[in-house]
Design a protein around this ligand. Sequence first.
Ligand code: ADP
Ligand code: GN1
Ligand code: MG
Length: 372
Amino acid sequence: MTQVTPKQKEEVITHFRFDGELLSQEPYGSGHINDTFLLVFKTETDGERKVILQRMNKEVFEKPVELMENIVGVTSYLRKKIIENGGDPDRETLNVLPAVDGKLYYQDSLGDYWRAYKFIDKATSYDQVEDPGDFYQSAVAFGNFQRLLADYPAETLHETIKGFHDTKSRFAFFKKVVEEDIMGRAKEVQKEIQFVLDREDTADYFCDLLKKGELPLRVTHNDTKLNNIMIDDASRKGICVIDLDTVMPGLAMNDFGDSIRFGASTAAEDEQDLSKVSCSMELFEQYAKGYIEGCGGKLTRREIELMPMGAKTMTFECGMRFLTDYLQGDTYFKIHREGHNLDRCRTQFKLVEDMEKKWYTMQEIVKKYSNS
Ligand code: ADP
Ligand code: GN1
Ligand code: MG
């Protein structure tokens, strides 16, 4: 995607129903996909009001209108449940702010799609775990999210990215990208390429079980990293699951696994010193406990047993995706330095190796909670 220009943003802001005088606007958060801005307004009635404004990445999400239909469907459903449970729907789910013409998005004169959300104040989205208790709370919240959506009519959801966690197809695509090698980068990363090729069985594992009808498809989030949840600054509870772009039918093990990949790592996703990167079993346990509790008894014994496989699959898949993007010239994930995607790929593969070493421990941990 091209850079957002000030003129473009100015046009967009006038096309939403925002109250008050604009005090500031700045790029916000550390997402890899959309362009996110925090806007602050001064209103006559209730002081400062903050808004999240996002340009949706239309190269990643080819049908932004369908994407917004999913988000409004899911958030209005959650809103009802939150009210029934006596919660605060303005803080516990995303709230879309409509454009001036009443639509859920605004398409600007350059053809880009934008949306706005109420800002969830006095809560934080973390890029790394600072306290294991927060990680546990984020697990309860992601588990709850799935439990609350258990009866959501899955057939009404659009598939916003085709084959998003179809690791087998991603593996086949990876091999094609290596063969084509359009940037001439494959020769520098032979070790990483080999790492992927040696693990075709990991890529196939869930896809084969799904084909045999052995795994339940649920409405899942599919991008459960720690910075996609807001932790309340006062209660330290995971209050709101955000980044709903990939809510689609999927596997509970993958939602569990993607959180482990990101949050149970002892280092940042793009750490260059690999000696700092490992999968913390303390954090793995906190998350497993919280997620199983949050799902409220809905997970089958088999799903719980396969949670370590979810962690390995999501970490392997994500590393392979970063490497694919590196080989293709960094067109999918935002990068902030040369070789950024390669650094990210290396942390993921270090984690996969570490999980392979700790396989028995992970199995024992989930076993402990599958009986509770
Ligand atoms: P991306 O798909 O690029 O990751 P996100 O929707 O996750 O985009 O938004 C990026 C970041 O913006 C989040 O990690 C979070 O820090 C912040 N954010 C997004 N929505 C809200 C919101 N409603 N209230 C507060 N912060 C938000
Ligand atoms: C992207 O959007 P964001 O930054 O929360 C990506 C995830 C990856 C993640 C890796 C739609 O998540 O699939 O796991 O980066 N989202 C999309 O950090 O591709
Ligand atoms: Mg995000």
